[in-house]
Design a protein around this ligand. Structure first.
Ligand SMILES: [Zn+2]
Ligand SMILES: [Zn+2]
Length: 326
C-alpha cells in the first residue's frame, strides 16, 4: 500500500455525496417490499411471527436469487476447450432481505433487527455447510451504487460454491504459512498487538474488536474479528450473535455519521466449515468503503494508493458520537 494523503486534496467528492439519496419506507413496485412476496422465488428461510411462508409478517426473509450467478440446476460439469478449462456454474446464490422497511440500513437499525439479520446469515451458513457439496460460503452486502447494488431495498447475498476461489485460497495458505513459521494464529497475534497499540482500534466489546487494519488499501477500511479463536463463521456460538450485532452496528454507524452514509461492501471471510477448529485461520468481517475508484495505477501495478492512513481513520471514527440505544 502507498500512503498518499496529499491526493485527498484533489478536487473530487470525498466523503460527500453527489446527491443525497432518499427512499420511501415502502415502494409498491419493489419486489422485496411486503405484499410482493410472489415476485421473488420461494423463501428458503424467514424469521416471522406466525404468518405463512411467502406472505407478509416477516422480519428477515431469504430467497434464491432470481438471477443467480451460480445455479442449483446444473451438474457442475467440467470440460476442456483447447488449453482452457471451464466448469458449469453450479452452487447457490441467495438473497437475504434484511428488513420489511424499504429504506432501512443496518447502521440505523435497532440491535434486535441487526441480530435478526445476523441470525439469518448464521442459520443459512450452517444449513449449507452440511455435507461436502459447498466447501466455501461467502456472505456479503453491497451498499449503494458504487458498491454494485442494483436494488435499493436493503439486502445481503450468500454464495455457496463448490470450488474455493483463488484469492480465498491465497489467504488461507498465507495464514497457514504464518502458523508453520510462528506456531500461532496471525489474526490472534494481530489483535494482541492492536489492543496494546490502540492507534488503529475503533471499537470493542468483550467478544469482538473493530480495527482499521495496518497498511489497509482502502480509506476507512475496517475489520471486525472475534476475540477468541474461531476459524469458521459457523463456529460462532448463538450467544455470540448479540455482541456481533453491537459491534457491527457501531462500526457502520460511525462510518455513516463521519462519511455521510458512504457506499460500502462488507464480506465475511471464513475458513471452509469442514476445517472448523483449525488453528491458523480466523474468520472476520471486512468493511470496505467505496470512496475512491481503482484506476490504471492500481490495475497496472497491483499497488494501492490509500489517501487516509488507517491511524487517522481510526482516530476520526473513534471521535464520532454514536447513540447506544438498543
Ligand atoms: Zn422495497
Ligand atoms: Zn486466531
Amino acid at each position: 500500500m502507498i500512503l498518499s494523503p496529499e491526493r485527498a486534496q484533489r478536487p473530487y467528492k470525498f466523503g460527500e455525496r453527489a446527491e443525497s439519496i432518499s427512499h420511501p419506507e415502502y415502494d409498491p413496485k419493489c419486489p422485496f417490499c411486503p405484499g410482493n412476496e410472489a415476485e421473488t422465488p420461494k423463501e428458503v428461510f424467514a424469521l416471522r411471527d406466525g404468518s405463512a411462508p411467502d406472505t407478509p409478517g416477516w422480519r428477515v426473509r431469504v430467497v434464491e436469487n432470481k438471477f443467480p450467478a451460480l445455479s442449483l440446476n446444473r451438474e457442475g460439469l467440467r470440460a476442456t476447450y483447447g488449453l482452457y478449462r471451464w466448469m458449469e456454474g453450479v452452487g447457490r446464490h441467495e438473497v437475504i432481505i434484511e428488513s420489511p422497511i424499504h429504506n432501512r440500513t443496518p447502521a440505523l437499525m435497532s440491535i434486535d433487527e441487526v441480530k435478526d439479520l445476523l441470525t439469518a446469515y448464521h442459520r443459512r451458513y450452517l444449513e449449507l455447510s452440511k455435507g461436502p457439496r459447498y466447501p466455501i460460503i461467502i456472505i456479503f452486502r453491497n451498499q449503494g451504487p458504487q458498491a454494485g447494488t442494483s436494488l435499493a431495498h436493503p439486502h445481503s447475498q450468500l454464495i455457496a460454491s463448490p470450488v474455493v476461489p483463488r484469492h480465498i485460497r491465497y489467504d488461507l495458505k498465507e495464514a497457514e504459512r504464518y502458523w508453520d513459521d510462528q506456531g500461532s494464529c496471525v489474526y490472534c497475534d494481530l489483535m494482541k498487538f492492536e489492543v496494546q497499540e490502540r492507534a488503529r482500534l475503533v471499537s470493542k466489546n468483550d467478544d469482538f474488536l473493530g480495527i482499521a487494519p495496518y497498511a489497509s488499501t482502502l480509506p476507512y477500511e475496517l475489520w471486525i474479528l472475534p476475540r477468541v479463536h474461531q476459524a469458521s463463521f459457523g463456529e460462532l456460538p448463538e450467544v455470540g450473535i448479540e455482541p456481533l450485532a453491537w459491534i457491527l452496528r457501531d462500526c457502520l454507524r460511525r462510518l455513516y455519521r463521519l462519511l455521510n452514509n458512504p457506499d460500502y461492501n462488507y464480506v465475511i471471510h471464513s475458513a471452509p466449515h469442514s476445517t472448523a477448529g483449525q488453528p491458523h485461520y480466523h474468520w472476520h468481517l471486512e468493511i470496505l468503503p467505496r470512496l475512491t475508484t481503482r484506476a490504471g495505477f492500481e490495475i497496472g501495478s497491483g499497488m494501492y494508493i490509500n489517501i487516509v492512513a488507517p491511524e487517522v481513520a481510526a482516530e476520526r471514527l473513534r471521535s464520532v458520537q454514536v447513540e447506544e440505544e438498543r
